[in-house]
Design a protein around this ligand. Structure first.
Ligand SMILES: NC(=O)C1=CN([C@@H]2O[C@H](COP(=O)(O)OP(=O)(O)OC[C@H]3O[C@@H](n4cnc5c(N)ncnc54)[C@H](OP(=O)(O)O)[C@@H]3O)[C@@H](O)[C@H]2O)C=CC1
Ligand SMILES: N[C@@H](CCO)C(=O)O
Length: 438
């Protein structure tokens, strides 16, 4: 006769959008989860800032701890689920305490994994404790599992995609409705997609956290968040979205990573930037808070992972999947290979890479301005494919000039723009958006 396995006992630190989502999911799907995990997953204790807050779920059956580190050390807990957020502070303290005590750790905290993932993975290895963070990248999409397991036999050539639901919601809503940036950001915050500090979303930092994690798993490298070149969406105007649309593109915030071989050795390129994406490219149809990740393997070919990148339900789904893996005892090295074997690859210099670009200038509406811009392009070695000046301003006002370049070295665009620096024909810095190849 077999005895039923003991439940997996968990503690949840953080009872916000995701924490409450996890409590709801574990209760709603308890039967399915127990059948698939081989045992029940039971919430034993919880912690957050404000014990008295109405969270829309009953937390009375769970023990309460004010101190998250004490929560992490409880004897009646097997796995700590960290859903507080922030790269340091109580999230990190409770994660370190859990792993040091030999308990499993599941987290959705990409900021913490991007900054301290290697240390935490080292602690997990030392304690032989599981560390899992599926929800940290692309919400409900099983992309970490996809890269750690599905493509594990491949050398990846490239990983890229739409990694921030808030930015995608803002860009696609502005595109569809013409609404104002600030109003759409407020909607994303109200719907629970945005980070506690939404500057992390709109300035590209959140996508960079996720990209650094994906690159580490995809290429077997040490997590290098500092090596990610980051540009957010705050400089994209409604007029750019309209201009891109007229040219047959949408604008999306894209994170991309690859490893290139140079005469000096391997170099890791990681960058997050708003890009023009041609209608017809799989990423152009990714709307709202949806995320999509493309991974190109040398045997698998191009794989596309797509789904909800944020929100309580999808993120809770990823957290619970990690718990089920732990309950089944199906865990491996957090970054797919042991920390000591991850490669330290220096960051790449992108200047010699070639691409097509969209360049937008706000200029004074007066004779000679276009000649000045095109001369700088010529002298920088940039070949112009098309150039559009929008309407006439009121006398002496600003007008928008947008151009699309032929494919050429990125360094040439930088050189051309340097030639225009300080020109009093320009009203503000030009905006350069790369055109994503098909
Ligand atoms: N929201 C989403 O769609 C997604 C979020 N994530 C990640 O999941 C994590 C949680 O996000 P989310 O649920 O949205 O965040 P919320 O801001 O909704 O919730 C955070 C929770 O942590 C508690 N908390 C915050 N700071 C402290 C502190 N200093 N001491 C004690 N408790 C604290 C809060 O307590 P109280 O409620 O009492 O104030 C709250 O319960 C983050 O790492 C986030 O990046 C990942 C994927 C998607
Ligand atoms: N703020 C994040 C949450 C999911 O990681 C986003 O908008 O994508």
């Amino acid at each position: 006769m077999t005895t039923p396995s003991a439940p997996l006992r968990i503690a949840i630190a953080g009872l916000g959008t995701v924490g409450v989502g996890v409590i709801r999911l574990l209760a709603t799907n308890a039967g399915i989860i127990a059948a698939r995990a081989g045992r029940r997953i039971e919430v034993v204790a919880v912690s957050a800032r404000d014990r008295g807050k109405d969270r829309g779920v009953d937390i009375a059956p769970f023990a309460w701890e004010d101190d998250m580190t004490a929560l992490a050390r409880r004897d009646d807990v097997d796995v700590v689920v960290e859903l507080v957020g922030g790269s340091d502070g109580p999230a990190l303290a409770c994660s370190r305490a859990a792993l040091a005590a030999g308990k499993g750790l599941v987290t959705a905290n990409k900021a913490m994994i991007a900054h301290h993932g290697l240390e935490l993975a080292g602690l997990a290895e030392a304690s032989n404790a599981p560390l899992k963070f599926e929800a940290a990248v692309a919400g409900g999409i099983p992309v970490i599992k996809g890269l750690r397991e599905g493509t594990s036999a491949n050398a990846l050539t490239k990983v890229y995609g739409i990694l921030n639901g808030t930015c995608n919601y803002i860009l696609s809503t502005m595109e569809r409705t013409g609404a104002d940036f600030a109003a759409v950001l407020a909607e994303a915050q109200a719907r629970g997609f945005a980070e506690a500090d939404p500057a992390f979303d709109i300035e590209g930092v959140d996508a960079a956290h996720k990209l650094a994690i994906l690159a580490a798993i995809g290429f077997g490298t040490r997590v290098d968040f500092a090596g990610v070149r980051i540009a957010g969406i705050t400089r994209v105007r409604a007029a750019d979205i309209a201009q891109a649309d007229a040219l047959g593109f949408v604008i999306r915030l894209v994170g991309e990573a690859d490893v290139e071989e140079t005469p000096q050795g391997a170099r890791l390129l990681q960058r997050v930037r708003p890009c023009l994406v041609a209608r017809g490219h799989p990423l152009s149809a990714v709307d709202g808070p949806t995320n999509a990740v493309v991974a190109e393997g040398n045997f698998s070919g191009r794989l596309l992972f797509q789904g909800a990148g944020a929100g309580d339900g999808p993120t809770a789904s990823a957290v619970a999947a990690d718990l089920i893996d732990i309950a089944r005892d199906e865990v491996g090295a957090p970054f797919s290979i042991p920390v000591a074997n991850l490669a330290a690859i220096p960051p790449a210099e992108p200047g010699e890479r070639t691409e097509r670009s969209y360049i937008r200038f706000m200029v004074k509406d007066r004779p000679g301005v276009l000649a000045e811009i095109t001369a700088a392009m010529r002298d920088g070695g940039v070949s112009i494919e098309s150039l559009i000046q929008q309407g006439r301003s009121a006398e002496g006002g600003e007008v928008m000039v947008a151009m699309v370049t032929h494919e050429g070295p990125e360094a040439n665009v930088a050189r051309a723009l340097a030639l225009l620096e300080g020109s009093d024909s320009l009203a503000g810095d030009p905006l350069v958006l790369p055109i994503l190849p098909l």
